[in-house]
Design a protein around this ligand. Structure first.
Ligand code: 5GP
Length: 207
């Protein structure tokens, strides 16, 4: 059978929605899926590794990438650039791998505006109260930063309608299962199954 083309998956959700954990679990379960590594101008957090979590770059370097058109999308978030390098994505999709973009809503909308061959998923929390509890539970945020994140979360939730699917993250394993269901359904779309149909038709002619 010919290699199938992979699915481009755009995933967003408010800070504190647990999307990082969902992505990590999903990648553990699917060896046909890779996570796109973004460039960013923000400083690495403790434990973050260059080329694994991000490519950490200067503003000048990112602006050069923007100018030469090598980013699929980019956005400014919290005073820093974040962007998705395009060349590896093309390569992975052609190799039949699903590629996951874990990006914020402005960048996600840019990708949705110039590509239709993708599946978009918005991760939501059950309530703002729950989100507030999760953010406080981290124990690392000041009151001002918590209020700021809640405000951004409200803005992000108001863009959820742009996404094809909304996944409720009330419980990690169930949320991962929901994402799995979406990927499986997406792979059954005609565009991904066309090669099989053509093969079956060829078979029928040969007989
Ligand atoms: P953090 O600084 O917490 O790692 O990420 C901040 C936000 O930037 C998150 O919502 C994350 O999904 C988003 N982000 C990470 N990489 C990219 C990217 O390449 N493009 C865009 N538009 N957003 C990104």
């Amino acid at each position: 059978m010919r290699p199938e083309k992979g699915v481009l998956i755009v995933l967003s959700g408010p800070s504190g929605s647990g999307k990082g954990t969902l992505v990590k679990k999903l990648l553990e379960q699917r060896d046909d899926t890779v996570l796109s590594v973004s460039v960013t101008t923000r400083q690495p957090r403790p434990g973050e590794i260059e080329g694994v979590h991000y490519y950490f770059r200067t503003r000048e370097q990112v602006e050069e990438m923007i100018a030469e058109g090598s980013l699929l999308e980019y956005a400014e978030y919290n005073g820093h650039y974040y962007g998705t390098p395009e060349p590896p994505i093309k390569k992975w999709l052609e190799a039949g791998k699903n590629v996951l973009l874990e990006i914020e809503v402005q960048g996600a909308e840019k990708v949705m505006n110039h590509r239709s061959d993708l599946v978009s998923i918005f991760i939501t929390i059950p309530s703002m109260k729950e989100l507030e509890q999760r953010l406080r539970g981290r124990g690392t945020e000041t009151e001002e930063s918590i209020q700021g994140r809640l405000q951004v979360a409200r803005q992000e939730l108001s863009r959820a309608f742009r996404y094809q699917y909304v996944v409720l993250n009330d419980e990690v394993d169930r949320a991962v299962e929901r994402i799995q269901t979406i990927i499986e359904a997406e792979k059954m779309r005609y565009a991904y199954m066309e090669d099989l149909i053509l093969e079956v038709m060829n078979d029928a002619q040969a007989q």
